[in-house]
Design a protein around this ligand. Structure first.
Ligand code: ADP
Ligand code: MG
Length: 502
């Protein structure tokens, strides 16, 4: 079969029709509801014990440490109380030996050391013996973006690892307690006052920075190494037990969906043989099935699997001249033939490259897959582009479906869209009905990710074109750390004035 014909056929397998979108959305809402009623293995709807969004008026200094899938960030944030702040940040790549350490203490000791190093570099004044004696502890928000069941705002039992981490010893333990112990061992003047996931951090950061007159952010989502969402839910809808304390006057609480494990049974999600191959070699087979179709950790691998198949089929002959034995990397591994070796950024380059000769994409293929340039013709690049686009578009449409589901679940779109006047002629929306904070390299860098998400909102009952236009979405760049520091500060103040009681 001709190369492009085959590429088109492969690409079509990743189609997600408008009907599929509506079916996924209905099932999604159902899983969200079940998760509020009982501890569910699917979308497990973790209560965060954070009951209020930031208003920009918060003031004070606090810290955050953010354990992402790729990077560890430490930051301090000084909130000025007028939606502005100053921050100091450090970032390092998490070594693989730490991600798969023997003991949980190896990981948490490593994190504590990074915090210590950060304080030595930027806040030496906080490490003076006097400071430690006065027992004025700095509050710290721990951004921990793995499923942890929260029993209170500053504790959480690790349910399972995702995104390539694998330290079995830590499962079932309170990750805040483990980090606090490691911090205490180093005698750092710090108290962890909040456990936060990156989606909630991103949300809080955006909410803090918005002008007071703006619609507050009520939904947050991450599309990076992994994917997850948080939204503001009515307390009376959360019928499962809430063990921890929270301010008694609250009537809402942020819920972390843990939507990476949506529809693990594949009842409504699309499934191709490429998805099946990927799942079979993953560390968490049968789990995080939504994440495996949406997030950065997996999309590059999905593309690689499809391309290898097309290369190995002599009738198709993708990169026909390329011989594995002719091109050996220094370490003997060619990314094209190595599991997990292809980054999702190649999908963004493919989507962005609309040039006739596709030179930028061909260059990227050469670099990312280690295939010699002479083996990459225009047709090869066109085939890669077709499939990359299909994988990326499906990811964005699934992402849009997830966001639509939480928007509908939170009931916010049911507000009459005419409550705030829309100036149809000038095409400006004065106020959003719903404000969403997003973060992560996939949503930030994949061209048209937002546009593909919006396509799904327009065809979903209860949203449609009128409300789609009133949904505002903003990148909360690296907001998860700053947001966690904001939450930690608010929580510390609530602990102090005693308002954080059940
Ligand atoms: P983290 O999840 O650690 O916070 P990021 O949000 O940067 O980090 O996400 C990293 C993921 O994004 C990786 O899986 C990587 O493959 C993917 N990625 C990196 N750059 C791009 C890009 N330009 N376009 C799409 N995906 C990208
Ligand atoms: Mg992140």
């Amino acid at each position: 079969m001709a190369l492009l014909e085959k590429a088109n056929r492969v690409a079509h397998q990743f189609d997600l029709t408008d009907d599929d979108v509506r079916r996924c959305c209905a099932h999604f809402i159902n899983e969200l509801e079940v998760g509020l009623q009982r501890r569910s293995p699917a979308v497990c709807q973790i209560p965060t014990y954070v009951t209020e969004v930031a208003y920009g008026t918060e003031k004070g200094l606090s810290l955050a440490v953010d354990l992402g899938g790729t990077n560890l960030r430490v930051c301090s944030v000084d909130l000025c109380g007028d939606s502005t702040y100053t921050t100091k940040q450090s970032k390092i790549t998490i070594p693989t030996r730490i991600m798969t350490a023997q003991k949980a203490s190896d990981l948490f000791h490593f994190i504590a050391e990074q915090i210590q190093h950060f304080l030595q570099t930027y806040h030496q004044e906080l490490l003076t013996p006097d400071k430690a004696k006065t027992a004025e502890l700095l509050s710290l928000g721990f951004t921990f973006s793995y499923p942890a069941y929260q029993n209170s705002i500053n504790s959480g039992i690790l349910l399972r690892w995702t995104k390539g981490f694998d330290i079995p010893d830590a499962i079932g333990q309170d990750v805040c307690h483990l980090l606090q112990e490691a911090i205490n061992e180093l005698h750092l003047p710090i108290k962890i006052t909040a456990l936060v996931n990156d989606a909630l951090g991103a949300l809080m950061f955006r909410a803090y920075a918005l002008p007071l007159s703006e619609t507050r952010t009520s939904v947050g989502a991450i599309f990076g190494t992994g994917t997850n969402g948080v939204y503001l839910e009515k307390l009376h809808n959360i019928t499962k037990e809430l063990e921890g304390a929270y301010p008694p006057a609250s009537n809402e609480m942020f819920i972390s969906c843990e939507w990476g494990s949506f529809d693990n049974g594949l009842l409504v999600q699309p499934n191709t043989k490429y998805d099946t191959s990927l799942d079979q070699v993953s560390v968490n087979r049968g789990n995080q099935m939504f994440e495996k179709r949406v997030s950065g950790m997996f999309l590059g691998e999905l593309l690689r699997i499809a391309l290898v198949e097309m290369h190995e089929d002599p009738e198709v002959g993708l990169f026909r001249e390329f011989r594995e034995d002719a091109a050996t990397e220094a370490d003997g591994k060619i990314p094209f033939f190595t599991q997990w070796a292809v980054d999702t950024s190649i999908l963004s380059i493919a989507e962005a490259d609309n040039s006739g000769e596709l030179l930028p994409l061909r260059q990227k293929i050469a670099d990312a897959l280690s295939i010699p340039e002479f083996c990459i013709g225009v047709e090869d690049a066109q085939a890669v582009k077709l499939i990359a686009n299909a994988i990326g578009k499906r990811a964005a449409r699934l992402a849009g479906t997830a966001l639509a589901s939480v928007i509908l679940k939170s009931g916010r779109s049911l507000v009459n869209p005419h409550t705030f006047p829309v100036d149809e002629d000038s095409n400006t929306t004065n106020r959003a009905l719903i404000d969403i904070a997003v973060d992560g390299s996939v949503v930030e860098f994949y061209p048209g990710f937002e546009a593909y998400m919006r396509d799904t909102w327009r065809v979903i009952d209860g949203i449609g074109p009128a409300i789609e236009r009133r949904i505002r979405i903003g990148i909360s760049k690296d907001g998860s750390s700053i947001g966690a520091a904001i939450i930690a500060l608010i929580a510390a103040q609530q602990f102090q004035n005693g308002s954080n009681v059940a």
